[in-house]
Ligand binder design. Sequence first.
Ligand code: PLP
Length: 391
Amino acid sequence: MDRLFSHRLPWATAENALARAEAAARAAGRPLLDLTVSNPTQVGLPYPDEEIARAFAEAAASPYQPAPFGLPGARAAVVADYARRGVGLDVNQVVLTASSSESYALLFKLLGDPGQRVLCPEPSYPLFEYLARLENLTPQPYRLRFDGSWHIDFDSLNFTDAAAIVLVSPNNPTGSFVSGDDFDRLAQLAAEHGQALIVDEVFADFPLSPAADAVTAVAGRPSPGLVFSLGGLSKSCGVPHLKLGWMAASGPAALVRGALSRLELIADTYLSVGTPVQLALPGLLQAGAAIRRLILERVQRNRHALASALGAYSPCTLLPAEAGWCAILRVPETMSDEAWASALLENDGVLVQPGYFFDLDEGATLVLSLIAQEQVFAEGVTRLLARVVGI
Ligand SMILES: Cc1ncc(COP(=O)(O)O)c(C=O)c1O
């Protein structure tokens, strides 16, 4: 078997103890309060189904229209959506993909040779490990450090021979936008090393309270080197099932041209974005505005409820966040974050993610999804705090 299959992933990753305990609880029919939910279509939000159906009405009868970078009307709709956020882009800078995960895959093919390293932030969403390895690249973490706000630890960045640098802004789960100083320094260093920046901005549409120096949109910002900004319907419109993402290339014109001509060949090889979703895109982006508002209101209400429940003298600390769908709660270090998560699952029927899932290194932390239904969230938080106080 070992010679039959590739070694790009360690396929036999054992299920962790928490996942096993969750599966056992579900198999036993135990009701769980799920504060890990990340699927916005399953948290009881009233989606504008008719508007979404109308957006697809004409698309369904359309013939197949292959276009490596996407149909002109759909790319123009993405440009108009960036304009909503005050970002000016040209349609030629925009490439459509099936998701932001696919954008990463195309960019890793464009930028990396097998065996090269990709610099990825830690803490962050545990996705890059797989995306990089699937392209035969080696993810190498660099640290974000917390001193009341999150900063890039530049000493932990090793640019030598790296294929590309990934930046996530706002980062998941820290909810931190990159600061202007950090971005400019990173962009300068990447350009000096002849490396491209891949900036994941999928949560940029969910600002809570950005710091004064936060870069709330990297797309369209002048940069000395090649920069790709990633976005997509999955988060910005809460419709991950419709499978449409995009990236915007910017930087010196010759580099952008060189990148796009190669990227066109890669995208043409797959042609993975469906014609109907592209034709529906202008209508979907409109319908998505209402979903985005619902999600943002949900996130704000749950975050507020959590802060209120903690009060002034709680043994737990809610880390500040500028954006995103998560809350990071620091809990007493009387036990590990994994032990806290297990205790909550076993004793209280509350499902939370331990901070180590995201390589958080800030004491014992738990990550809570702020898109969970409000009653579920409130009850989960009540049980969580009762456990913390009771120990
Ligand atoms: C920071 C970040 N980027 C990208 C993705 C993947 O998004 P998509 O559904 O567009 O592939 C996720 C998924 O949660 C994410 O957290």
